[in-house]
Write a protein that binds this ligand. Sequence first.
Ligand SMILES: Cc1cc2nc3c(=O)[nH]c(=O)nc-3n(C[C@H](O)[C@H](O)[C@H](O)COP(=O)(O)OP(=O)(O)OC[C@H]3O[C@@H](n4cnc5c(N)ncnc54)[C@H](O)[C@@H]3O)c2cc1C
Length: 501
Amino acid sequence: MSAAEALALGKSRSAPKAVPAGVPAAAPAPADTTTTTTDTKSTPTSSINIVILGGNFAGLGVLHTLARHTIPALQHLSSQTTSSSTQYQITLITPNTQFLFVPASPRALIQPDLLPGGEAKVFRPLSDAVKQYGDLVKLKQAYAYAVDRTNRRVHIRHVNSHWSGDGMLVPPEAASTVSYDVLVIATGTKARSALWSMPGPGSEALKGAEEATRREWESIRNKLRNLQSGAHEHHDVLIAGGGPVGVETAGEVASWLKAEGKTEGVKITLHSGADKLLKRNCGEGLGRKAEEYLRRQFGGLVEVVHGGVKIVSVSESGPEAGDGEGETTVQLSDGSTRTVALYIDATGGQGNADAFLPKTWLDGSNRVVTKDAFFRVRGSSESDPEAGGIYAAGDVVSGSDNTLIETNFQVPVVCSSIGADLASQILGPDSQKNGVKLPAPLKQKTFKNKLAGTLLIPIGPGGGVGQILGWGVPSFLVKVAKAKTFMVDMAEPAVTGQQWK
Ligand SMILES: Cc1cc2nc3c(=O)[nH]c(=O)nc-3n(C[C@H](O)[C@H](O)[C@H](O)COP(=O)(O)OP(=O)(O)OC[C@H]3O[C@@H](n4cnc5c(N)ncnc54)[C@H](O)[C@@H]3O)c2cc1C
């Protein structure tokens, strides 16, 4: 099994389990209300509003699975067991207009032309995900900045100007509220720079949150081109972060400079921030192999620095920060200062839920704490009624290993929790006794990351290091499975929903 195939596997198959009811009985749902525009629509009283926050891997996975499997199964169940019907509405709230295939970012950032289809393969329009579902799915280009758990409303701020359904121009920064019966938090991780993740709050002045990422990429490329052409006074590159992103990025920068014939007098320093590379991701061996691989491929061009030295502050100066001619001064925790032509922060990030959930709902890294293994959100305590009907998916889940692999295993479980909770609401308190056969999408699935211990790290296009299920794999396998294309072919099915068919 190739890693690409393995990554594409996402459906957990497991025995049904007894279901705790998480969704409160459907109440007359208040309409969306807009405080500064007329972005309002009334919803039928028997509707269930499902709101998804975050439109990338986890959010789209949940959207497609609900639209294709869970909601049709709920409608089938209702038709068999009750005389009334329920209308479902999914609202996807996200500040980006484009899906970003994050795993390919290190390649897309430095050498986009080496990707089949170029950078265009990495950004895909979100409209390709939602338009197929017609009125079932609404897309709101906005970010959540507060959740009113008592009244079950999400407060959102719009991004970019757009025309509302009522023909009114909604300016950026206009605020609205959206009511929910079910809320899915899939807002991912926020990195220190927009290089690796699209911003939520703060993106209102942009056309879409992805614009911030594109700008950062362009700025890095400008600086690198200046370094390569000799226009820059400094010749050093500093990369902070010894995890997979730092290692992959060092490999991309080094292989690009090598291909351009610009290695004389240039030094790429990779600060691991620890005592070895890949410390948080795998056992002893792989970090050592990565360091050896870097040395073998690039000799003195790449220097790996350990010892737990952290970046304290970064300042840009020069003609115009971002145009490639400026220089970056980095202050390190050992008291030293370095001025470099290019600085890349690959130090990871924090959960992206502190903007709209209380601290008591989050762990120390701002990820959302769940109360069970089925991704139901815990709230302030185990019995917090305000957390009813709220679920989390993807990197934002506390304890998640922050990989797409794990996200792909989470998505069917989150949707089965939603399906099971809504089914028990349809069937009522006697649902266990009355012998109704639940359709498969409404049976509780259990979570297991069947690919735990799988990690492939390209170090340039020619190969890299990796392990599958904890077993080391040779460089040529890393090349075939990931280093050649960075798996960009997986973007399309994630967007169109083919992955979740
Ligand atoms: C450089 C890099 C390389 C990686 N490579 C791999 C790999 O090879 N294999 C692997 O398995 N994993 C990899 N990962 C991890 C993988 O990318 C993540 O696990 C995946 O992106 C998680 O998806 P997500 O939907 O949870 O979060 P994200 O992809 O971060 O998406 C979060 C979404 O939430 C939106 N959002 C943010 N704030 C708000 C808000 N307030 N309101 C509404 N929406 C909001 C964002 O705009 C975005 O659409 C890599 C990560 C990085 C950074």
